[in-house]
Structures are given as C-alpha cells and as structure tokens.
Design a protein around this ligand. Structure first.
Ligand code: GUN
Length: 284
C-alpha cells in the first residue's frame, strides 16, 4: 500500500485558522502580536522567504514589519537596530533572515536578540532550555516536524529515529525534540560510513542533508515514516527534496512531499512562536 501523504500545507492551514481565532481574542483584549523581520541585502531566496512570512502573519492577524537594510550595513548598525527592537515593548518577535553578508558574524546577531523575542528559536539560551526540557521558543522547522508526526498520532516513544543532517537549525534540534519524546535517536551526516545500515533500521527518518533525492526505497525499512526537509532547486527550476518521493512512497507508511510538506509548517510554527512570545509564556 502506498504511503499516506502528510500535507504541511493542509495541516498548516488548519493550525493557522485556529491561530487566527486566538489572535482575534488577544486583539480584543488589547494585545496585537507584532513580528519584526530584518532582511539584509537582496538575496532573491531570502526575499521570497520573507515575503512568505509577511503574508502568513497577515492571514492570522499578526502585525508585521519588514526592515530592509543594504548589504553594506555594518555589524554595529545591525546590533543597534536589534537593541532598539529588544527595548520596544510593542515588538514581540524579532527575526533576522539568514544568511547575512560576510562582514557580519551570524552568531553575534543571534545572541543579541532578546531570547524572549527569539521567534526563530536560534538563541543558545532557547536551545539550552529546549535541551534541558524547559519552556522555550522552539526552532520552527523541528517544531513543525514534531507537530506533523503528532497530527497523525504517529508513535515516537521507543522508536528508532534517524536524522540525516546536523545543522544547528534543523538536524541537531529535531534529534533533541525526538529524544524528548522518548525516541532512540541516531544522527547521520555527510561523513557517516554505510549510511544505509542506519537508515534501514529507521522507524522515523528525517532527511535534512540538503542533497537532492539522496534517499530512495532501497534505504528504507517497510513502513518507515519519512520526513523530507530538503529544498533543492533543480536545473529546470523545480524544487526537489532529499527523498526520491515516487520511490520512497512505495515502501513508507507516511511521507511528506516537497513542496507543500515541511516548508509551510516552518512558517506556521513561526506564527505560533510569535503568538507565544506576545503572550509572554516562553522564558517566563
Ligand atoms: N534562512 C533560512 N531559513 C531560515 C530561518 O528559519 N530563519 C531565519 N532567520 N533565516 C533563515
């Protein structure tokens, strides 16, 4: 039986409808969640992501502003703007779109954002809180992946979850969230020898390596749950995940597509984090 498809677009839309109701209630009580997005330079992919975040905020009633800075901006100038937004009580979420130009050290920017406004969940304080099981703003893509699994009541406890990829924003934290759900977690990456030995025993496979179609049915155990985080732009302009969807769906029990899979969930969880930050629950 071919796999069931978990549509991040559909689930994201359902969650956004619920969020809109919550935002309406907050607005009625005098609190309008506000997200500040800062973009540096004119990277077309970054611009398109930021537009998506702005539009999504609008659909749930979150007020948002996009501040565009030239690629020549200095680290001091960017830090100055972040400081101003940290101190502005009407701003609940601050997101600096990555990547940044080379004269700016990303790690200096990430730590400058008030952890209570860090709706990306990238600040080391939020990562530390997440790893120690404390209330935290969670990184959006991992949070979206766990939400997708839970939406289908997919068992995690006691299962073998294999994560391919070890980035700070997806691979590492998604493994931690799966561990917190009592999965047995294996991290694989570009230096892993005999990758298939690990993937073949995965009950849940998270493909977040950024290599188009690197996973197919030969890598999978019958009935595996396959979450594809890859967004690879092909020569013909189309988007492809890290998983060969047509092959993998023959053997998986659940699978996420690309596009309309994990991507829309990332933005949905950003909205959720912004509401959470506005309510002041995280890091309280
Ligand atoms: N660049 C690519 N993905 C992201 C993200 O989730 N947040 C930010 N701030 N920049 C990104």
């Amino acid at each position: 039986m071919p796999a069931e498809i978990i549509s991040g677009k559909e689930l994201g839309n359902e969650l956004r409808q619920e969020m809109k109701k919550e935002v309406d209630q907050l607005k009625n009580s005098g609190l309008t969640p506000h997200l500040t997005v800062i973009i540096v330079g004119d990277n077309p992919a970054s611009r398109s992501y930021v537009r998506g975040k702005e539009k999504a905020s609008d659909t749930v009633g979150i007020s948002s502003e996009v501040i565009e800075l030239p690629s020549s901006v200095t680290e001091e100038e960017l830090l100055g703007l972040i400081d101003q937004k940290n101190r502005d009580a009407s701003v609940h979420g601050i997101l600096v779109q990555l990547p940044l130009p080379e004269q700016i050290r990303e790690e200096n920017i990430i730590v400058a954002i008030d952890p209570a406004k860090d709706v990306d969940g990238f600040h080391p304080i939020n990562i530390g809180r997440m790893m120690t099981g404390q209330d935290a703003l969670l990184p959006c893509t991992p949070y979206g992946i766990i939400t997708m699994l839970k939406s289908r009541n997919i068992p995690i406890e006691g299962k073998h979850a294999v994560v391919i990829g070890r980035s700070n924003i997806v691979g590492k934290p998604v493994g931690q969230l799966l561990l917190a759900e009592n999965a047995t977690v294996t991290y694989c990456h570009s230096k892993t020898d005999k990758l298939t030995d690990y993937t073949k025993s995965a009950d849940i496979l998270i493909a977040a390596a950024g290599r188009a179609n690197m996973i197919n049915k030969e890598h999978l155990k019958e009935g595996a749950v396959v979450i594809d985080v890859g967004i690879n732009r092909m020569e013909d302009g189309s988007l492809t995940g890290d998983v060969d969807f047509e092959s993998a769906k023959e053997i998986a029990s659940y699978i996420t597509p690309v596009p309309r899979g994990v991507g829309p969930m990332t933005i949905t969880m950003l909205l959720k984090n912004t509401i959470q930050a506005a309510k002041g629950l995280a890091n309280s």
